[in-house]
Design a protein around this ligand. Structure first.
Ligand code: AMP
Ligand code: MG
Length: 398
């Protein structure tokens, strides 16, 4: 038996097997949410493009108010207009977002002023540059806004739009073929014959893929024969960028995925120092990357987050970011180490991490109550209150 390898080592090897995306397309920014930039974006304008007012009030020249507190109003500058230079010894009525007239060096807010005939009296002192947002305050021309490999989040779209970016070059989205294996599986909607169970993983993993921004998912089912498995693998490989299977990669004689992937491409099986989720496979089918998750639903969930998702992100072109969870005190104890890193489905109760229900790899329903996973290191006992690494599902999903 090969030794168990740490999950980080498995991830490292898995990422080596994943190609970077090569196909790039140009999209209008409005259509690019959730896509991954294939090229860096550099601003070619200043944001804001001109100094403007952050208040409704009056633009003045500070020096003009050294001797007097009343100034005549010489122009009106709403947002969207182009002011003329400020006539010396006068104030310009100005509104939030309107450009500062040349010569003005402060804005006095409306609440600190009283209209007097055709002029305005100021009731408070004035400092140079007050209430002026300088040109380029937010972004300066030539500044790198986003690097290749960054996700176009809502914030990223807003920032790019603020700099006038109309189109972006992004990677084509990967298409994923999702393969369930096993004679016992039937789809919801079908009656269960003796010995059968419903195919939970197809739906679990479809949802996880959708959360990860995958829109093209084809689903396949292979019964436990060599021929059926080979046939489905060939079809799944034909028009996908990744095959993600669950089950069929242990060493039992009903587990055909291993042999058939080896026959059509290449496969490595790792025994990972991980609970749940020890058997894990990766390779390729006729050149299409292949990842084999374990069949038990909780093992599929954990290995999807820890291994398949980072691999998928590589295929999507996203820059690798190591997971950073939070440290929280344990709300449980463990007397003896179990020799594998265990990821328990937990929720935070009164600030402590509390395992939810039965942690068997065949139990999925406790993941409904759980808010994330806590990592209990392989060689560790746990005392109540001991700090442990908590990975909320929202962090795991990215
Ligand atoms: P296997 O690795 O194929 O031996 O599967 C391990 C366990 O996971 C068995 O109890 C299977 O019935 C179960 N299993 C495999 N695939 C699925 C699936 N898609 N949905 C639910 N359970 C599954
Ligand atoms: Mg099976």
């Amino acid at each position: 038996m090969s030794p168990l390898i740490p999950v980080e080592e498995a991830l490292h090897q898995l990422l080596e097997l994943m190609p970077s995306p090569s196909e790039v397309e140009e999209l209008y920014l409005k259509d690019a949410w959730g896509r991954v930039l294939a090229e860096p974006v550099v601003a070619d304008v200043d944001v804001p493009p001109e100094a403007n007012s952050s208040m409704d009030g009056y633009a003045v020249r500070v020096e003009d108010l050294q001797a007097v507190s009343v100034l005549p109003v010489s122009q009106r500058v709403p947002a969207g207009s182009a002011p003329v230079p400020l006539e010396p010894g006068t104030a310009a009525r100005i509104f939030t977002g309107a450009p500062i007239p040349a010569g003005a060096n402060a804005v006095i807010m409306q609440e600190e002023s009283v209209e007097e005939g055709t002029g305005v009296r100021f009731t408070a002192g004035v400092r140079p540059l007050q209430n002026i947002r300088p040109r380029g305050q937010d972004i300066q021309a030539g500044e790198a806004l986003l690097a290749a490999g960054e996700l176009l989040s809502a914030q990223a779209m807003g920032v790019l739009a603020s700099a006038g970016i109309e189109r972006v070059r992004v990677y084509r989205r990967p298409r994923v073929a999702l393969l369930s294996t096993g004679d016992e599986l039937v789809q919801p909607g079908q009656p269960l014959a003796p010995g059968q169970i419903y195919d939970a993983n197809r739906f679990l993993i479809t949802g996880l893929l959708q959360q990860a921004g995958v829109v093209s998912i084809s689903t396949w089912h292979a019964v436990d024969t060599a021929e059926a498995t080979a046939d489905v693998l060939r079809k799944a490989a034909a028009d996908s960028d990744l095959i993600l299977s669950s089950g069929g990669v242990s060493v039992g004689e009903e587990d055909h995925v291993r042999n058939q992937v080896e026959a059509l491409g290449a496969l490595q099986i790792w025994r990972i120092k991980l609970k749940p989720g020890k058997p894990f496979a990766a390779g390729h089918v006729a050149g299409t990357p292949f990842i084999g998750l374990p069949g038990n639903p909780a093992s599929s969930l954990v290995t999807f987050y820890l291994l398949a998702l980072p691999a998928l992100r590589r295929l999507q072109g996203l820059r690798y970011k190591p997971l950073s969870g939070w440290t929280l005190p344990a709300g449980f104890s463990r007397q003896r180490p179990i020799g594998r890193d265990e990821f328990l489905r937990v929720r935070v109760e009164e600030g402590r991490l509390v395992p939810q229900g039965n942690q068997s790899s065949g139990v999925l329903s406790n993941s409904l109550k759980a808010e994330g996973l806590v990592r209990v290191p392989a060689d560790s006992c746990v005392e109540p209150g001991q700090p442990l690494a908590f990975l909320p599902f929202s962090v795991l999903s990215g």
